[in-house]
Design a protein around this ligand. Structure first.
Ligand SMILES: [Zn+2]
Length: 487
């Protein structure tokens, strides 16, 4: 990950943008929100369905308690106000994947209100993105459109529990939008309430953008970007869209209120549908569901279940282990990575050392081999031992690299690998001095050239001596000895 600190707005200083984001998170409950059908991804079409989630007349919804608890966890993690008596509402529209012709969602009395999420600005400053609300609702089914005017409807997804998280238009550019989404994604993963997988659609972001002359009191016309399934594409789409707005405004054209999608192949946004005549959804309170009442005991119990949050972990890693802010952010980006780090750091007592190994070697290996942390054989104990062996001088850093790769692939301990391959560092001055003298004796010409002023030959001698030790020599002592005997 790079420190990105430029956006398209740098090229147009007379303009500013405001960005608000709506995220739909599919909650990882065992069953759907209003029935006992399995909440599973990837099954054969229309296998996880029943009269409730297919909207049969007379079928009644029963709210899944886990959904309320997951929403409460998300609310508490974002310092939202929890609405002690919240209600469901019907949002009416007709679509083939919505057999009831209305979606059960929450209206004015949503479960979480007025939260906030801390992010970094483009200059690395702290900023809070304010949340308007978070509410529970059901997902619709899925339409697949074939050729010849034929479409299929799969209702497996109908009734999947969703949490919709809506921000104020608090983000000023694509970097802040990406930082917000990354942080929200991390929080959701820490809470364990969703897989939050963008490819599978369990974390979906809709981006609202408007652009106006700098200092303007009124926002420009709002355009919505929908169905973008990667953070990187979202950044590209926002950058493109802001520039498109600015160029329209410069030409004196009017921007129309519409929904657009990202065309990754051609690197541009394209028109999806107009919002000029927004539908009236005729919301009214859902008569088949009583209000959700949350008492003090329940709220307290949920507070106790709240894990340490990523931004709190980041701050603690900085103070406890002396890790720089940027590195601490990377370590805490995934919970398993943060836990791995901390266990290894406790074993060797060198947090910074472990941090460097994880961010450079472990993440590098995972990226190169397209693997996840839990798929490799390296354990926190193993990495802790490796750093300890290096710090104590048992092995040198060249050997440590080789041991690291072997540990990742075989899961063997440092001690076993050092024994099996006889990799213990040669740190005895007498032993190394004999090697240095032999190397110099074998290369009289180069010694003469060096002494005549060709100091660039020094690494050559280091290399020769290291080769004699089979890579196990202590490099610091070797350097000292070579300097001594060459001067
Ligand atoms: Zn069902």
């Amino acid at each position: 990950m790079s420190h990105e600190n430029t956006t398209v707005l740098d090229r147009y200083p007379a303009y500013e943008a405001v960005i608000g984001i709506e995220v739909h998170v599919q909650l990882k409950t065992a069953t759907k929100i209003f029935c006992s059908c399995p909440n599973q991804f990837g099954c054969d079409p229309n296998t996880n369905i029943c009269p409730v989630c297919t909207g049969q007349p007379g079928a009644l919804p029963v709210l899944n308690k886990k959904v309320i608890e997951y929403a409460m966890l998300a609310g508490l993690a974002t310092e939202s106000d929890i609405t002690r008596s919240n209600t469901f509402a019907r949002k009416h529209y007709m679509y083939p994947d919505l057999p009831k012709n209305y979606q059960i969602t929450q209206g004015d009395l949503a479960i979480c209100m007025n939260g906030s999420i801390p992010i970094k600005t483009i200059d690395g400053q702290d900023k809070n993105v304010r949340l308007i609300r978070m509410h529970m609702e059901e997902d619709a089914g899925k339409n697949t459109h074939g050729t010849g005017g034929i479409s299929w409807v799969d209702l497996n997804r109908a009734g999947t529990p969703l949490l919709e998280i809506v921000t104020h238009p608090d983000m000023a550019n694509s970097v802040e939008a990406k930082n917000y989404l990354t942080r929200l994604h991390t929080i959701i993963r820490y809470l364990g309430i969703s897989e939050a997988n963008m490819d599978e659609g369990s974390f979906r972001a809709d981006i609202n953008i408007s652009v106006m002359p700098k200092g303007s009191k009124t926002y420009g016309t709002r355009v919505e970007l929908k169905n973008i399934n990667s953070f990187r594409f979202i950044v590209n789409a926002i950058e493109y869209e802001i520039e498109r707005h600015i160029q329209c405004l410069e030409r004196g054209e009017k921007i129309s209120q519409e929904t657009r999608q990202w065309d990754q192949k051609n690197q541009k946004t394209t028109f999806m549908r107009s919002k000029e005549d927004a539908q009236d959804y005729r919301y009214f309170t859902e008569p088949d569901l009583p209000p959700v009442l949350i008492d003090d005991d329940w709220l307290t119990a949920m507070k106790e279940r709240l894990p340490e949050l990523p931004h709190h972990k980041t701050a603690r890693f900085q103070t406890t282990y002396g890790i720089p802010a940027y590195d601490a952010d990377l370590l805490t980006e995934e919970l398993d990575r943060a836990v791995f780090f901390e266990e290894a750091a406790k074993i060797c007592g060198n947090g910074r050392g472990v941090c460097n190994w994880i961010l450079r070697d472990v993440l590098g290996y995972l990226k190169e081999h397209k693997q996840e942390l839990h798929e490799i054989k390296l354990t926190p104990q193993g990495l802790g031992d490796l750093v300890k062996a290096l710090d104590s001088g048992l092995i040198n850093s060249k050997v440590a690299q080789d041991i690291f790769v072997e540990m990742v692939q075989t899961g063997k301990s440092v001690a076993t690998i050092v024994d099996e391959k006889d990799l213990k560092q040669i740190g005895s001055t007498e032993e190394l001095e004999a090697i240095v003298l032999a190397v110099l004796a074998a290369n009289p010409d180069n010694v003469a050239k060096y002494k005549a002023g060709n100091e660039r030959l020094f690494p050559y001698f280091i290399g020769q001596a290291m080769k004699e030790t089979k890579g196990k020599g202590n490099p610091v002592i070797l350097q000292e000895l070579l300097k001594k005997h060459l001067s």
